[in-house]
Write a protein that binds this ligand. Structure first.
Ligand code: HEC
Ligand code: HEC
Length: 248
């Protein structure tokens, strides 16, 4: 009996290995698709996959088991091993749901837009607003890390739709860091913003607000005055001066 079992295992094992090893790319058929129809032509599914990759700014191995630089027939596309693949499947369902709702909009017609992964992700895997990214990094790792992160992201993504490098982003990040009592970090964001967008009156109001948060009324007054000097029509800055009992 024992010998018989061993014999069976010896026969079964190579058969299993055979089923696993020689994969073809593109595959002849789909093995483990749960959202797309099983009958989708493989080339059509691969077109969808290329869109996913572009929309998230990633490569196939972000979701699939396989090595950078290795041929795609050595990837195991069917296995559900990576968290990101499972998230992506949920995202596919979410996008279907959203588009079902979009289809019911009044005036909806053939020219109406559909939501895709790019609508939210626009080239990044975690579609967080830049002000959120910087607030998180500033809170966790301090001013230098947040400044470095901003510069690196700006170098990589400036001119794309991925992140908003306009003046407002660093003001917002500074304000949120200030509210979290991270004053050095907040002021570092504003110093960098001042270099990028010199002489902004609005930014000077933000600086004043952060000085107020850390109870430096003198520095706040000087920041609000600087805002008025930069733009004599800045009513917000004048209002802030009145609030702290100063004549604009
Ligand atoms: C953002 C995650 C993500 C990226 C990036 C991605 N895929 Fe996928 N892929 C999936 C998901 C999710 C499925 C399963 C779809 C379903 O269940 O309907 C899938 C399924 C597949 C399948 C079918 C496997 C089977 O079950 O037979 C192939 C082939 C495939 N992907 C190839 C690629 C290739 C090639 C790339 C790179 C160009 C790529 N994928 C990039 C998420 C991704
Ligand atoms: C309505 C906006 C929206 C759309 C459309 C969308 N996503 Fe997302 N996606 C998000 C948000 C928000 C997160 C971050 C969730 C979190 O922080 O856990 C995310 C996270 C992800 C992640 C995890 C990234 C990581 O690093 O953990 C993957 C993978 C992903 N999305 C894939 C997709 C794919 C594929 C599509 C298109 C089928 C898609 N998403 C469409 C909003 C969207």
């Amino acid at each position: 009996m024992r010998r018989l079992l061993t014999g069976l295992v010896a026969v079964a094992l190579p058969a299993l290995l055979f089923a696993q090893v020689p994969r073809r790319f593109p595959p002849d058929s789909l093995i483990n698709v749960k959202v797309m129809p099983r009958t989708t032509p493989p080339l059509q599914l691969i077109g969808v996959m290329r869109n996913f990759s572009g929309d998230l700014g990633v490569r196939c191995q972000f979701c699939h088991v396989g090595e950078e630089g290795k041929p795609l027939d050595q990837f195991d596309f069917a296995i559900d091993q990576k968290r990101t693949k499972l998230v992506a499947r949920q995202m596919m369902l979410m996008v279907q749901e959203i588009n079902r709702r979009v289809d019911t909009l009044p005036g909806h017609d053939a020219n109406s837009l559909q939501v895709t992964c790019a609508t939210c992700h626009h080239g990044v895997s975690r579609p967080a607003p830049l002000s959120t990214v910087l607030t998180e990094i500033g809170t966790l790792s301090g001013a230098d890390s947040a400044v470095r992160a901003y510069k690196a992201l700006r170098t990589r993504y400036y001119g794309r739709a991925a992140y908003d490098f306009g003046e407002g982003t660093l003001n917002t990040a500074a304000f949120r860091l200030g509210r979290a009592n991270k004053f050095d970090e907040a002021l570092a964001m504003l110093r960098m913003n001042e270099e990028l967008y010199p002489n902004s009156s609005g930014m000077s109001v933000f600086r004043g607000n952060i000085e107020l948060m850390r109870s430096d009324t003198l520095a706040a007054e000087s920041a609000f005055r600087e805002a008025v000097r930069r733009d004599p029509a800045n009513e917000e800055a004048k209002g802030r001066l009145r609030t702290i009992g100063k004549q604009p």
